[in-house]
Design a binder for this molecule. Structure first.
Ligand code: PLP
Length: 391
């Protein structure tokens, strides 16, 4: 009577969920908790978000809670397109943008829209967001995971080997969750070269699905949009991180107008979104996005957090990957046992996530989208952690 596979997924408690529940119990018992487990931004949205929200609530009373067109308001989509065009030299119009309930449904719909045969494969570059393989399997395709190098940078030789006649697309994520790595120009060129070479070999388009919810969260390096580098691109975006709106469920998918069969791809995405039961993205937050399309996160706060955490952890003696973007930092387990690091840390009240499930074996992820005080207060506990791990 019940789909056992979904039952298992639904009942399954992720490591993050288990840590979250443990933290709740500890707090109840009055013990200190330094929660670095979730990518739930504690930094406030840019001021324009709450201003727009208040104005929209009074000015648009008649249409505040209405259904919108499936792809969203044309004016919202045009505002999104204008911002991308201005920043990255693209040629998008509203007809290339589809508003979604965050990046997750956009990704899920992209996998669905691309799948034609049961043999179809989607290649995932490690490290990666652990929902990708679930979404790909559920869309009826097969996820193929390409391991990264030891320093968590992409391994393009391994990517070349992974692409074959069944490969429909390659999914990339930069700034990256969990590593915080931002692909520089050279890396992006290498990636595009592999895709172009393989595309020529296959004699058909090879799609790049780009997952860019952290695009604006970059420190000391320029932001980038993969669509500017490669024509056959589907871009999945979310305002969960850049505008600190994870619970409001707002984002978009953009199809590059230069992509082969771009219009059909757009409507296949539209069909997938409909079949998945998403009628439209939230009307109020479409309007907020329209007004705040060019707003940026409080990067100073994130940058301060990154510098503080990275500086302190390396001073203590931990080996870390210095993040150039997103709000995650990967710390290396000396003996490769990330679960042990997370378990010992947990007993000290530090909630950090083993990254083996993210394709970053032997690392733990620290989400520093928290209050600066949390980082400052956690430092003695990290000192103790280092001691315990090295005794
Ligand atoms: N992609 C990556 C890399 C993420 O880290 C997340 C959320 O943490 C998502 C996608 C999903 O974002 P959304 O909240 O918009 O569904």
């Amino acid at each position: 009577m019940i789909n056992q596979e979904l039952l298992k997924i639904g009942k399954g408690r992720t490591v993050i969920r288990r840590l979250f529940e443990y933290g709740k119990e500890r707090r109840k018992a009055g013990e200190p908790v330094y929660d670095f487990s979730l990518g739930n931004p504690n930094v406030q949205p840019p001021a324009c978000v709450n201003e727009a929200l208040a104005r929209i609530a009074t000015e648009h009373r008649d249409s505040l809670h209405e259904y919108t067109l499936g792809p969203g308001y044309e004016s919202t989509r045009q505002a999104v397109a204008d911002d991308l065009n201005r920043r990255f030299g693209l040629e998008l119009g509203y007809a290339n943008i589809f508003m979604t309930c965050g990046a997750s449904p956009g990704l899920r719909a992209a996998f669905e829209a691309l799948r034609e045969r049961k043999e179809d494969e989607i290649v995932i570059l490690s490290p990666y967001f652990p929902e990708y393989p679930l979404f790909i399997n559920n869309a009826g395709a097969t996820p193929i995971i390409v391991p990264c190098k030891d320093d968590l940078t992409p391994d393009f030789d391994a990517l070349k080997k992974a692409i074959n006649e069944n490969t429909k697309a390659v999914i990339v994520n930069s700034p990256n969750n969990p590593s915080g790595i931002v692909y520089d120009e050279k890396t992006r060129k290498q990636l595009v070269a592999v895709l172009e070479e393989k595309q020529a070999e296959l004699g058909r388009p090879l799609v790049m699905i780009t997952d860019e919810p952290y695009r604006e969260l970059v420190y000391d390096v320029p932001d980038h949009c993969f669509m500017a580098d490669y024509d056959n691109t589907i871009l999945c975006y979310s305002y969960s991180k850049s505008l600190s709106l994870p619970g409001e469920r707002i984002g978009y998918v953009a199809v590059n107008p230069k992509m082969q069969n771009a219009e059909d791809m757009y409507w296949a995405l539209s069909g997938a979104i409909r079949m998945l039961g998403y009628v439209c993205a939230p009307a109020i937050f479409q309007k907020v996005v329209e007004e705040c399309a060019s707003a940026r996160p409080n990067i100073e706060q994130y940058s301060k957090n990154r510098n503080l955490l990275h500086g302190e952890l390396t001073r203590i003696g931990f080996e870390c990957v210095k993040p150039d973007g997103a709000f995650y930092l990967c710390l290396k387990a000396k003996d490769g046992n990330s679960v042990r690091v997370s378990d010992v840390a947990k007993k000290l009240g530090i909630l950090i996530v083993p990254c083996d499930e993210f394709g970053a074996k032997g690392f733990v992820r620290i989400a520093y989208c928290v209050k600066e005080e949390t980082i400052k207060e956690s430092i003695p506990a990290f000192e103790k952690l280092y001691e315990l791990l090295n005794e």
